[in-house]
Design a protein around this ligand. Structure first.
Ligand code: URA
Length: 184
């Protein structure tokens, strides 16, 4: 399936009840040939209104974190979410919603074909790395996902709530930067 067909079908998606309360489907943003792909959990209020991932306060922090290691959503990475429509009141996406939506992300991963995937937060890591992923213990560690490598960072919203986690995230970002250099 081409990008064009994928986007068009995803925009019309009614595979789970979240379509009824969405303003926009939040498909993804960035370089469709990026070597690094970031995956969050799902759109919040600002993302739902603007149709782009990570555009609220957490998104601003994400952009600042990316800049430290030379990454930019409009240049060298692609960003998407596990679910493409906002769960009401920003609750965690249900397993059934994730199951209904994950096919879109799987196709995006195939099309981007990144070397590295970075999960933003626990929900994405539990879905893409392993169901018992422990973010406090396993953030910053690399895992194999077929022929790709995958790791998780703390979610930027968690870093806003608890700034004491930021130094660990800086270390993880440096590990990511090294891995990107290794891929060149
Ligand atoms: N949090 C996420 O996980 N994804 C977004 O797009 C925005 C906030």
């Amino acid at each position: 399936m081409s990008w064009e067909t994928l986007k068009k079908e995803c925009m019309d998606c009614r595979r789970c009840p979240l379509w009824e309360t969405r303003t926009n489907v939040v498909f993804g943003v960035g370089n469709e040939q990026a070597k690094v792909m970031f995956v969050g959990e799902g759109p919040g209020e600002n993302e739902d209104l603007q149709g782009e991932p990570f555009v609220g306060r957490a998104g601003k922090l994400l952009d600042d974190m990316l800049k430290i290691i030379g990454l930019d959503r409009h240049e060298n990475i692609y960003i998407a979410n596990i679910v493409k429509c906002r769960p009401p009141k920003n609750r965690d996406p249900l397993g059934t919603e994730q199951d209904a939506c994950i096919g879109w992300l799987e196709r995006q991963i195939e099309l981007v074909d990144p070397r590295l995937i970075v999960c933003l937060g626990r929900i994405a890591a539990m879905r893409l790395i392993k169901p018992d992923f422990r973010i406090t213990k396993e953030h910053g560690q690399w895992f194999d996902l077929g022929n790709r490598k995958i790791m998780a960072l703390y979610h930027p919203a968690a870093l806003l709530r608890d700034p004491s986690k930021r130094p660990e995230t800086f270390v993880d970002l440096k590990a990511l930067q090294r891995e990107i250099e290794n891929c060149k």
